[in-house]
Ligand binder design. Sequence first.
Ligand code: PMV
Length: 308
Amino acid sequence: MNDMAEGVGQAKLILLGEHAVVHGRPALAAALDRGVHATARRGRVRVKGPRVRVPAWQVDVVPDANGDDLERAMARLFEASPSEVRDAVVDVEAVVPSRAGLGSSAALSVAVVRALAALAGDDLDVIRTEVLAGLAEEVFHGRASGIDAAVAARGGVLRFLRGAAPVAVDLGAPLPAVVAYVEPRVPTREMVSQVGAAYGKRPEEVGARFEAIGRLVDDATTALVDGALDDLGRLMNENHAELSALGLSTPTLEEACAVARSAGAVGAKLTGAGGGGCMMALAPGCESEVAAALEPLALWVTTVRLGG
Ligand code: PMV
């Protein structure tokens, strides 16, 4: 057993397939080159554990099975960790915004379970890491597909199908992208349940959209492997149109996608649960122009190179 141990979890972008993935269609996601870093300590710590602190998100919580979402999610992670580390204090550095659609909750959960396991001297394999992080994701997302936890734990670019092992995708070319956080949004769980309710009421229409999204994901997998970025961009635009038709876009997300395309992006779409949050643009050769165009209407903009 150690006095101090660390763990990391990567943030992610869903390239295509969000929401449909909850209902059994494939999706593509890419890890960002950044995320969250957790340090777990026990013994001589000034505050009493258990505790999780994330100053960047103004978070300082005591895990509590009867508390709010975050307190319950953290309680699940502590309860699933070795008993000797259940009084640990976990300090987390986060360099992505929370609740924006970048998989921050999964990155946090993965980093925390890894740090707690390492504190106990345990070596967690990736499957166990995903299962444990999934306990917290169920609290945050309701009916979570598991895609966020898979990318947070594995990194890289993944093709994900609920219930199957994620498959790493070898990129034919790196993906120069811009991510913009355009506005705060409601929790993922609410967006997931809104889409689930629409599917219940209009199964044919919504089911057809899920099917269409699944086909776009299949074509996009080929485009990724071939490094065909123009094709990929077009498929992302089509995926965005399907997500808008499902009621997941907002006027600000629409404007941001239009601005990114006018500035040269080959594709732009909302990413994550929608209803606000983040959009992404595929911008080969014009990352800085697209980022500059998005700057005035976003709360946070960054350029990222996905897949190395
Ligand atoms: O919470 P977000 O914005 O990273 O989105 C999660 C993706 C969904 O498909 C909407 C939900 C899920 O569990 O797959």
